[in-house]
Design a protein. Structure first.
Lengths: 167, 790, 288
């Protein structure tokens, strides 16, 4: 007989363990927002297209609407709340601010998480490479131009300051 | 005329609202925790048109975690019907139940609401609600809607023609007779949807003790929304507070009080428990207001040298099934401002708005989006027919600086706009003559480049006199307050609804300039109806003029009192030689501004804590309230130039360059304005290329996921080059004009005209959108088949 | 959109996975990357009562040379394939295709096995597997078999897999010396599924084309390789004109479906254009 009931799981989010009771079908996005009370991860479509829900799982960008919380036991989940340290914005966050790379802010956490990971692997990206990676995040406000500019600025900042450690 | 000097306005300042949004600490409706809140989920019609025979929710109600299932019958007891009946000639009145009782009118029409302990359970239960329908034939196109024997979408109306308005200015028939040529063009814009990344949602908290509803909802118009909500619930406005938190985009979709939201409020009151709803994306695509879907035909009477003698416009808009918004007014604006930057007094229009079995329409960023495409497409058609250069035709007909103020045939007055300047500025920036040379060379290589020109005259602000003249009820004024605290902190509020456009920054500039403090020192409080003054909200690019204008005037009033107190503190007779700069009072001494040592905090402390030290007769405190009635209309203008390359083998369009020259008046925050320009152009281009709400003949919505409804990604949009050519409006505070919709208008026109220019060697004209590769190939193939047969 | 309820299993070995799958029966689905299955679950287009999570089967995530093939474990992620120097060197067609799949975040999770099992008619890996006639290694409790790609894909999103089987790995033939490959796709937006996609390989013998292979998706229910149509063109001089001729022949042969939004004739035209471009590109890569 199939067991659909809630069961206890441990989610490791931003370095902390959360003991939760969730149904297997509960989306990671919902568990983060409701059970862990981390509402910075936003839900935009629930079918993997808009990218607003992007978090990092073991350092890699993942759509939290296409992942079930129960799948994340034993993995490290990082959300937007972990990026700024002691209220200091990361170079990417700072660059988005300086270049006006956000307006309503709803898609922003997904973009930050995608690029915190991306820039770690590609510290000197071309505009084309940035746009390719950004194409998985929909933004309805900015037309993307200032976001691309911000990412270039952040990449340059990070190349100049190699001590910065991304989440 | 040189622009006035501002100290703060126009400064480059990164946005004040960014910190919380960047760090995941924004507070959108769904982020707000309300302990014990129940979750709503709507049961929706799978049919485009059907009678509701019965609803059996027994099985659903038995499921664990399900608290209630309500239908239109219950809602009819708890709420009033909506009546949309503005006293406008040619517009039929429409009424709407809170949830349909007799029949459903579009696929996705909500017929029942399940309330449960969480959304997962609510969705399970919604599947168990059994609704029996008697399917009716559906009206799925505007042409079908106009047929005399078509099924009636709203049986209380005499036909599907919701609104019909026409006007005749001058003598278009005479102009047609005299003309060298009468050139007819058509423009068909497809149905689109706003697609804010944050879907709709709300939380209703009913306080049984105080008999008070607190309603959290992302809305562009907090106060008008509250008035409507109270009225529909038969509550007094004193019993309702609307709180709009951070909002993830609105674009016009978050203005009306929707039936789902009203249902949630009514259920919360009935159950005496908080109820919340987050619309999911499939619902948003299926059942949130949609937009555009208009067809235009122009007939231009022209002389042999390309002068426009007379112009006739016919518009048909497919409005969907319900009046979430008044039916006439979106299409009407197109008709009223169509002639834009061109000189023509013989002009007639005929505007028809029809109902169909689709979601009801709402204004979508630039509801008049089709306007500039139609006018500029007509100019291009004239150039094509008469074999004239499209720039020459525009120059010949465009209003010159000495023509202003110019009263359009429709009575709209154009003043303080610079279309000729932006046209020439943009052409120079892109190197027009050089482009034509490159285009020739490229054609010889089988490469097809095109340049599209679109000059936009964007109506903004919409003052009360405009509404009155157009017969639309409602006001265009705005309200603001400003309070300087005892410590000198500056708080301000205005009745706008923020949805991401940076008001906390741009409006801070208006206050800063009016008062004499830095924008960083000003804090805007928006969206809470208990806090914000009663204003008309955000729509029609009114934020800058109406909102910024009111705040600026309010701040100036505050400045007068502050300086008067300052003068008293300094022992001066009057304050004429004083100014407030960065919150400090300076005195003009020997031709220089000198610090006096008295600051805003000193003035405020006196005003609140030592009122006897105030000038004789002055009341204590530093709180100010102001309303402002803007001009009936203000205008911004821009010229968009889009260079594309069309791959004639596949029909794909590639952007080569995009230049826009814009005059949007005094710019409060250049950072925010640039962002708005990018965003508006992006939305226009995305719409013209990809976005299509597609209903089939049975009224089934085939664009129900984001895999079907396509929005431009970062790889599809061009880099936008902006030339700022701002000039002030002489009738508004600080010369503000308003902007943020013109980009959509310009993008649609510039892109389509560019494609036509690219395909000119093939004698093919694009007259519909979206500009899909398949559509372009169809045109090319048909032409080639005809040529081969010939 | 929340999924219908399901039970969840997380096997830690392939053996355990196969046991669970056999026990669960027809009401079970396996999940790997979840990039295709997730949306279906969330939209309730798929409502399995049991979900078996394969993500702990790390022994199935590998890329290695085995004889004259490149063997890729079913759990290998798209991004790993796109970035792998080994794949770029030994099976460049696969690498070219992998980097066009969806978007950056999707490629972190999507898997080779998942892509083939899902069998979307517009997907990249089914096309590459078909074009190169890869061998698909399939296992179930107590059994295994090997199928060539030509026998694996049966119809739109339907494969030869029985409910108790999963893919273990896929063997792609390594590219030959003097082989040039090209993957071309046409879509509405970056990252969308292809309307038509072409996988082409050519092998040069001097300045003659000794072997040519063209695979297509978007013109039939399953990806197809058009050997019979292109074989007559082998042995000819490599040139742009040759590519154009082959493309015309392929266009004449394909019978795509007609659809109100994308017509059959459009797909045929697109096929011709993409085949020509793919062959020209493949030729240039063969010449090195």
């Amino acid at each position: 007989m199939s067991n659909f009931e809630k069961r206890p799981i441990t989610l490791t989010v931003n370095g902390h363990n959360h003991e939760l009771r969730v149904e297997p079908r509960k989306l990671l996005a919902d568990a983060l927002r409701e059970d862990c009370r981390l509402t910075g991860t936003h839900v935009g479509c629930e079918h993997g297209v808009c990218g607003a829900c992007t978090v990092l799982v073991d350092g890699k960008p993942v759509r939290s609407c296409l992942t079930y919380a129960i799948q994340m036991e034993g993995h490290e989940v990082s959300t937007i709340e972990s990026v700024a340290v002691n209220a200091t914005l990361s170079p990417l966050q700072q660059a988005l601010h300086e270049e006006h790379g956000l307006q309503c802010g709803f898609c922003t956490p997904g973009i930050v998480m995608t690029f915190e990971a991306f820039l770690k692997n590609k510290p000197d990206p071309s505009d084309e490479e940035i746009r390719d990676a950004l194409s998985g995040n929909l933004c309805r406000c900015t037309g993307y131009q200032n976001i691309v500019k911000a990412i270039q600025k952040a990449a340059e900042q990070m190349r100049r300051n190699p001590d910065y450690v991304a989440p | 005329m040189s622009p006035p000097e501002f100290h703060y306005i126009g400064q480059h300042l990164a946005r004040k609202e960014d910190y919380r949004l960047l760090t995941g600490h924004g507070r959108y409706v769904d982020d707000i925790e309300v302990p014990g809140a129940l979750h709503a989920c709507f049961v929706r019609s799978p049919h485009a048109h059907a009678r509701i025979v019965s609803i059996d929710s027994e099985a659903a109600r038995q499921m664990p975690g399900v608290v209630a299932v309500v239908t239109g019958h219950e809602l009819a007891q708890w709420t009033t019907r909506q009546r949309m009946a503005p006293p406008i000639e040619g517009l039929q009145a429409m009424e709407m139940d809170t949830l349909p009782i007799d029949k459903v009118r579009f696929q996705g029409d909500p017929v029942a609401c399940v309330i449960a302990t969480d959304r997962y359970v609510a969705e399970d239960a919604a599947e168990q609600v059994m609704v029996a329908y008697e399917v009716l034939p559906a009206v799925s196109t505007m042409w079908q809607a106009l047929e005399p024997d078509s099924p009636r979408v709203d049986e209380s109306l005499t036909s599907n023609l919701l609104s019909h308005q026409h006007a005749n200015h001058g003598d278009v028939e005479a102009r047609r007779r005299e003309a060298h040529r009468v050139i007819e063009s058509t423009f068909s814009q497809h149905r689109q949807t706003h697609l804010p990344i944050e879907t709709r949602g709300c939380i209703a908290v009913w306080d049984e003790g105080r008999q008070h509803l607190t309603f959290h909802v992302g809305t562009q118009v907090p106060h008008p929304y509250r008035t409507t909500l109270a009225s529909r619930l038969c509550l007094s406005e004193s019993q309702v507070s609307v709180i709009s938190p951070d909002v993830g985009g609105g674009f016009g979709q978050k203005i009306a009080l929707y039936r789902e939201e009203l249902t949630v409020a009514a259920v919360a009151r009935h159950l005496k428990r908080p109820v919340r709803w987050r619309e999911d994306r499939l619902e948003n695509l299926l059942a949130s207001a949609q937009a555009r879907e208009d067809f235009c035909r122009t007939r231009a009477a022209v002389s042999a040298d390309g002068r426009l003698l007379g112009l006739e416009l016919e518009i048909i808009e497919d409005f969907g099934a319900y009046s979430f918004y008044p039916g006439n007014y979106l299409a009407r604006v197109v008709a009223m401002i169509l002639t834009g930057p061109y000189k023509v007094q013989d002009y007639s229009y005929d505007v028809k708005v029809v109902l169909s079995n689709k979601v009801g329409n709402g204004p979508m960023r630039a509801p008049m989006a089709i306007t500039s495409w139609v006018m500029e497409g007509t100019m291009d058609a004239i150039a094509r027919e008469l074999e004239l250069d499209p720039v020459a035709v525009r120059r010949l007909n465009m209003l010159q600086p000495e023509d202003f103020p110019y009263t359009m045939a429709t009575g709209e007055v154009l003043a303080d706009i610079t279309p000729r300047e932006t046209l020439e500025g943009a052409l120079a920036a892109i190197g027009y003559d050089d482009f034509r040379r490159r285009q020739q060379q490229a054609r010889a290589q089988g490469v097809y480049l095109g340049l599209g020109i679109c000059t936009v005259v964007e109506s903004t602000t919409y003052g009360s006199r405009f509404y009155k003249a157009a017969g639309i009820p409602g006001s265009g004024h705005e309200a603001a307050w400003l309070r300087i605290e005892p410590s000198g902190a500056v708080n301000a509020s205005v009745g706008l609804g923020a949805t991401g456009q940076g008001y906390e920054t741009s409006l801070a500039f208006a206050v800063a300039e009016g008062l004499g403090v830095t924008p960083q020192q000003v804090h805007l409080h928006l969206g809470h109806t208990d806090i914000a003054p009663y204003g008309m909200g955000s729509r029609g690019a009114r934020g800058g003029t109406a909102g910024g204008g009111t705040l600026y005037l309010c701040a100036q009033e505050a400045s007068v009192k502050v300086l008067a107190i300052g003068a008293k503190l300094l022992g001066l007779e009057c304050s004429l030689a004083l100014r407030l700069r960065d919150g400090r009072i300076e005195q003009m001494t020997d031709g220089e501004w000198v610090a006096t040592g008295v600051g805003l905090a000193d003035v405020a402390r006196t005003a609140y804590l030592d009122p006897l030290a105030l000038p004789a007769g002055m009341h204590p405190g530093l709180e100010f309230h102001r309303t402002y009635e803007p001009p009936p209309m203000t205008y911004s203008n821009s010229t968009h130039l889009c260079e594309v390359q069309v791959d004639v083998a596949t029909g794909a369009i590639r952007f080569v360059r995009y230049v826009v020259a814009e005059d949007c008046g005094t710019v409060l925050s250049p950072v925010v304005v640039e962002g708005q320009q990018h965003g508006a152009i992006a939305m226009g281009l995305s719409g013209a290329l990809f976005e299509q709400v597609y209903y089939d003949e049975a009224g089934q919505n085939l664009s129900g996921t984001l895999a079907d409804y396509l929005v431009a990604t970062a790889c599809e949009l061009p880099h936008i080059e902006i030339l700022s050519m701002h000039t002030p409006n002489r009738a508004t505070p600080a010369g503000i004009k308003g902007m943020a919709e013109g980009g959509v208008m310009g993008a649609i026109g510039a892109l389509t005209n560019a494609v036509n220019d690219a395909l000119a060697p093939f004698d093919v004209v694009v007259n519909q959108q979206p500009l899909t590769p398949m559509y372009l190939r169809d045109l090319l193939r048909e032409k080639s088949n005809l040529t081969n047969k010939a | 959109m929340k999924p219908a309820a399901f039970d969840y299993f997380r096997p830690s070995s392939l053996e355990e996975a196969l046991e669970q799958l056999a026990a669960a029966g027809e009401s079970a689905k396996v999940i790997a990357g979840g990039q295709s299955l997730g949306p279906m679950l969330n939209m309730r287009l798929a409502t399995p009562s049991d979900l078996i999570d394969l993500n702990d089967l790390t022994e199935l995530a590998y890329i290695r040379e085995v004889g004259d093939t490149l063997e890729i474990g079913a759990l290998t992620r798209h991004d790993q394939i796109a970035e792998s120097k080994l794949v770029q060197a030994r099976c460049p067609l696969l690498a070219q295709a992998a980097k066009t799949i969806g978007h950056y975040a999707i490629r972190q999770r999507g898997t080779m096995g998942g892509s083939l099992a899902h069998a979307d008619p517009a997907a990249q890996f089914p096309l590459i597997a078909t074009t190169l006639n890869a061998k698909i290694e399939i296992v179930k409790m107590g059994g295994q078999r090997s199928l060539p790609a030509s026998a694996f894909f049966q119809s739109v999103m339907a494969t030869a897999l029985t409910p108790d089987e999963i893919i273990r790995c896929v063997r792609f033939p390594k590219a030959a010396e003097n082989e040039g490959t090209s993957f071309q796709l046409f879509n509405r937006r970056h990252g969308d599924y292809a309307i038509v996609a072409v996988a082409a390989t050519v092998v040069l013998d001097g300045d003659r084309v000794s072997r040519v292979r063209v695979g297509l998706s978007g013109v039939s229910a399953i990806p197809q390789v058009w050997d019979d149509v292109v074989r007559p063109f082998a042995g000819r001089m490599a040139s742009a004109a040759w590519a154009a001729e082959v493309a015309l022949a392929v266009r004449a042969a394909v019978l795509p479906e007609d659809d109100p939004r994308i017509s059959a004739v459009y797909r045929k035209e697109l096929t011709q254009t993409l085949v020509e471009r793919a062959l020209v590109h493949a030729l240039s890569r063969a010449k090195g």
